[in-house]
Every structure is written in C-alpha cells, then in structure tokens.
Design a protein around this ligand. Sequence first.
Ligand SMILES: C[S@@+](CC[C@H](N)C(=O)[O-])C[C@H]1O[C@@H](n2cnc3c(N)ncnc32)[C@H](O)[C@@H]1O
Length: 275
Amino acid sequence: MKLRRAVAETRQRLEAAGCESPEVDAEILVAHVLGLTRSELALDSSRKLSKTEERTLEDLVARRESREPLAYVIGEWGFRQLLLHVDARVLVPRPETEIVVERCLARIGTVAEPRVLDVGTGSGAIALAIADEHPGARVTGVDASSGALEVAGGNVVRTGVAIELRAWDLFTGLPDGPWDLVVSNPPYVLPEELETLAPEVRDWEPREALAGVGATEAVARGARDVLADRGALVLEVAADDASRVTTLLDTLGYLDVIATKDLTGRDRVVEGTSP
Ligand SMILES: C[S@@+](CC[C@H](N)C(=O)[O-])C[C@H]1O[C@@H](n2cnc3c(N)ncnc32)[C@H](O)[C@@H]1O
C-alpha cells in the first residue's frame, strides 16, 4: 500500500470512530510507523509500506479507533522542548500545562539555584521542563502513584534531565522546604463531571490523575508551611475555577495573586507569593 493511501484510509477509519482530529492523527500514526516526521510524509507520499509496516499500522489504528489517546498509542508526547514517554499510568501532558511552566520560569528566572517542588508530577512533565529550561534549578517531583513515578523515572533517563522523585501523598502536607517555588497541576475534575468528558480522557486516563476533591486546597495550604519567604505557588486550575482559587489564595494570605490565560483565553493558571 502506498503511503498516501495509508493516510487516507486511516483518516476515514478514525473519522468514523469519532476522533476529533482524524487527519492529523492519521498523519502522525503513519509517520510514526515509518519513522518519519509529519512534514517528511508529504515529501515521500508515493513511498510503499512494507507488509510489516502495514501490520504495525493496523494494530495502532485499531487502538486509536477504540479511542485510546494518540499519545498512548505512539508511546510518546511532546511537552515544551522534551519528548516524553507516556502510557496509561500518567496523564497526557496538556498545552495549558506548558503555560504553567512558563509562569514558573518567570518566577524563578532571576534565582541562580531555585529549589522547586512539583506536586503530582505524573510523567514528570512540569518538573523536567523546569529543570531543562532553568539548568540551575534543583527540582523534586512527588506523586502518590507508583506507576506515575516509574514513568517519570523513565523520562529522567530518556531526557537526561536530572530531577529527584519521591513517593508522597499531598493530603499529608508537603515535603519540608524551604522551596522557592511550589507548582502543581493537581487532579481537579469533579467526580460527577467525569462522564461528560471525551472517551479518550474518561475511559483511558488514570482516574486518580484526573478527579479529585480538595487537592488544590491541600497544596495551597501545605505550600504555606514549606515555601521560602517570597517563594511562589503556581497552580493549574479548571477552566471555570480561577476566581475561586484566586480567592482561596487571598484568604490563605498569599500576596500578589494573579491568574494567567491559556491559548483559548481562559484563566487556567493561578499564582501567588508567600508573605
Ligand atoms: C493532573 S495529573 C498532573 C500530571 C503532570 N504534573 C502534568 O501536569 O501532566 C495529577 C497527578 O497527581 C497525582 N496525585 C493524585 N492524587 C495525589 C495525592 N493524593 N498525592 C500526590 N499525588 C497525587 C496523580 O497520580 C497525577 O499524576
């Protein structure tokens, strides 16, 4: 089968399965099987797939048709400047979380060796990106999920970026600091909202990474005890939750509390300064 036809047939199947971006997904899957980039596909569209490549593609397309997230199907996902391994033990890093990292870098940019704590590190995305983009930073990522910590550990090896990883339950308080920055993208989907989410999220991503009641509050309270003077707390929040979290941080005594918008114009990151 020629590459052009493989992309077209894959696109049709994914469209029929209800995938949101069938064209892009089809190109990414075919490129992945052939070891090409998406732009290289266009240059080589009359290339033929071998029988082995066709079989591999068939397996991956069947998985994506069942609405398994594309990132799990290809086993990796880009985040900031890193290509991370992801699988069903961790949340797929989201574009809005890249803005969380941007805010973190803005907060620690002038500190030579900031001590940073990432609470609920998952794949290690935030922790690794901060360490990668601020080489002086000493970053610790914590998570309650042993599976997530295994994935994050694999990503340390894969990227060659050094961070420390620890098992920790955020509801027991936060690890002793003092930290110059505490960052978290905690589980914030309400349990009753889970059924309204896309199948990729609802049926595949780890429940403990998505849904949680009180995690944001627990991190905000815990951070007050372990942040250095004038240290920063940066939190990702649900699309409709920024004003509640802003009030929470004000009430807890944080200073200069602000919210930052994601690329679609919604307030998704709330930050404050420890007094
Ligand atoms: C929304 S995911 C964020 C993952 C990653 N930081 C990111 O932004 O892509 C939340 C993470 O918090 C972890 N988590 C859930 N409950 C926790 C708890 N009680 N203590 C520590 N981590 C927890 C989950 O295992 C998951 O990895």
